[in-house]
Design a protein around this ligand. Structure first.
Ligand SMILES: Cc1cc2nc3c(=O)[nH]c(=O)nc-3n(C[C@H](O)[C@H](O)[C@H](O)COP(=O)(O)O)c2cc1C
Length: 389
């Protein structure tokens, strides 16, 4: 086995260090606005109450254009691999691949950041392929592409790829090595050889280089190891509520949680921005929002927990058992919930901002209709409060 290179691996400049990069533009917003694309059946909500939401490409393409027209900064697609039947009757496992979907979205948008999720340890991906695909996506999307690096918290997924689940913190060590190699390939102006237990490259080179140093790097975590990974690599960190779905409880715990994520990055000499993923049930008034929530709950289906009974070791959702009821799964089990009229939703987003959160990655029940109402009624309030430029 060849030795590791004698010099440290190179790191490309972060896209935030280029004032004209799409990431820098998004970061100028006091509160970034992102949309969770429902490229998987049911989105986050296991309810049969009628709605327009579907996992289809056409629906998600139109939704992305709608979000861009409203001035949203980010759309994001998750990645999952589930056996036949999925989680339950509604979240039945049908899901588009996030990476390919986002590639297609690049061609029909011009401004919005496009983040796809990649399980870098499945297969496993080779760093050279990933660096090439990433540089290509970066050029297609003109610096708007980001990758949410995940390591696989569901045991069944590793098994689907023919292996056993790798231990939680070891997954992050492997992902860290993977990203170090990928980043070197994005930065290096010479051929690169490398050999470890997991990956080998001989005289490897990637060109073109990404437009703004490297693509945007994101990870989603609630664990110490995941925060360490974020500190080393990420521009944006997705968090979920550290306490559960209830807003009033979460808002007390969030300042310390967010500060911890940011402090880990500062200790490594870097800055990260933190984005939380609330489920928003919006009505014209608080009463209408509560009625809407009840109508969603009325359509709830039987099921076995947020993750359909599949084993997960994600720290980010360690508290999810608190809301593993059909009622909570119908409303977006696992995620912070904001249920209210326009003023209440704007207030909640303002309070998240005060808690140190830099952006929200929103999910809805009936995505296109609810997003339209959000644009009409909540966006002007956010602008009036100085949360949106
Ligand atoms: C907003 C958000 C989005 C996520 N998206 C995905 C995803 O697309 N695919 C996936 O396998 N896991 C996803 N995760 C789960 C993380 O990968 C999971 O939290 C992971 O196991 C990290 O675990 P940790 O919290 O123990 O660090 C997401 C988590 C959050 C908070």
């Amino acid at each position: 086995m060849d030795a590791l290179p004698p010099t440290p691996l190179r790191k490309p400049a972060a896209p935030s260090s280029f004032p004209e990069s799409p990431l820098s533009r998004a970061l100028r917003q006091p509160m970034m606005l992102g949309l969770f694309l429902p490229i998987q059946a049911g989105g986050w909500t296991s309810s049969k109450t009628p709605r327009t939401t579907t996992w289809t490409f056409d629906y998600n393409a139109a939704l992305t254009q709608q979000a861009e027209a409203l001035g949203f900064d980010i759309v994001f697609g998750l990645a999952q691999f589930l056996p036949k039947g999925g989680y339950d009757e509604v979240r039945d496992g049908q899901a588009l691949d996030s990476f390919m979907t986002v590639a297609a979205l690049a061609g029909i948008t011009t401004r919005i950041l496009l983040v796809s999720t990649v399980h870098v340890l499945y297969g496993p991906w080779h760093p050279l392929y990933f660096a090439k695909f990433g540089a290509t996506m970066d050029h297609i999307a003109k610096g708007r592409w980001g990758v949410n690096v995940v390591t696989g918290h569901r045991t069944v997924e590793h098994e689907m790829f023919g292996g056993a689940q790798i231990e939680h913190d070891r997954r992050y060590r492997l992902a860290d090595e993977f990203l170090d190699v990928v980043k070197h390939l994005w930065a290096a102006d010479e051929n690169f050889s490398y050999q470890s237990e997991t990956w080998g490259l001989k005289d490897a080179f990637v060109t073109p280089k990404p437009a703004y140093g490297r693509p945007i790097i994101v990870n989603a975590t609630g664990s110490e190891a995941g925060m360490g990974f974020a500190a080393a690599h990420s521009d944006l960190v997705f968090i979920s509520s550290p306490t559960g779905t209830a807003f009033e409880t979460a808002i007390d715990a969030l300042p310390a949680h967010v500060a911890k994520v940011k402090a880990a990055a500062r200790a490594a000499g870097r800055e990260v921005r933190v984005i939380i993923n609330p489920m928003v049930i919006l009505g014209e008034t608080d009463g209408a929002a509560n009625d809407y929530a009840e109508s969603i709950i009325a359509g709830s289906v039987a099921g076995d927990g947020v993750f359909g009974g599949f084993k997960s070791d994600a720290h980010a959702w360690a508290k999810r058992k608190d809301y593993d009821t059909a009622r909570q799964r119908a409303l977006g089990g696992g995620n912070l919930q904001i249920i209210g009229g326009p003023e209440d939703v704007a207030d909640s987003i303002a309070r998240l901002h005060e808690a140190g959160v830099d952006g929200v990655q929103l999910s809805f029940f009936d995505f296109s209709l609810d997003l339209a109402l959000f644009g009409d009624r909540v966006l002007p309030l956010l602008k009036a409060r100085g949360l949106r430029l």
